[in-house]
Design a protein around this ligand. Structure first.
Ligand code: FES
Length: 148
């Protein structure tokens, strides 16, 4: 049994220790906001927070997540209120197809916790997710809107 702390709740899952964390989050825990894109740690669609740092959950075995505070996109909305990042995403109409956006929101959430007013360069260095619709300009605009 592997014990996990996801969004402040405790879970026990019976899976092979080398199962990617992404699949446990989606299939055992049932939180499907975290997406599968490439499966090899490149696109960032699967980004979650791992003790506050953005992490590509497709590339981490679930055994490495024991004792770690994991946050997924589902943790951001509180009492029916979107987080500041989520609101900025809506206001700046960031998503196009939308598929990769939860990963982008999580990577941005991690960045803004440590760097409240990031420059474009800091955004580009920290948020390395790939968006095939090319929403990078809107992402930067939304990050700056939050950090105003
Ligand atoms: Fe994990 Fe692409 S699905 S980085």
């Amino acid at each position: 049994m592997i014990k996990l702390n996801i969004n402040g709740k405790q879970y026990q899952v019976d899976v092979e220790p080398d199962t990617p964390l992404l699949w446990v989050i989606r299939e055992q825990v049932g939180l499907t906001g975290t997406k599968y894109g490439c499966g090899v740690g490149q696109c960032g669609a699967c980004t979650v927070l791992f003790n506050g740092a953005a992490l590509r959950s497709c590339s981490v075995p679930v055994s490495a997540a024991q004792g770690i505070k994991i946050e997924t996109i589902e943790s951001l909305e509180k009492n029916g209120q979107l987080s500041k990042v989520q609101k900025a995403w809506v206001d700046n109409q960031v998503p196009q197809c939308g598929y990769c956006q939860s990963g982008l929101v999580m990577a941005t959430t991690a960045l803004l916790r440590t760097t409240p007013k990031p420059s474009d360069k800091q955004i580009d260095e920290a948020v390395t997710n790939i968006c095939r619709c090319g929403t990078f300009q809107q992402v930067r605009a939304a990050v700056h809107a939050v950090s105003k």
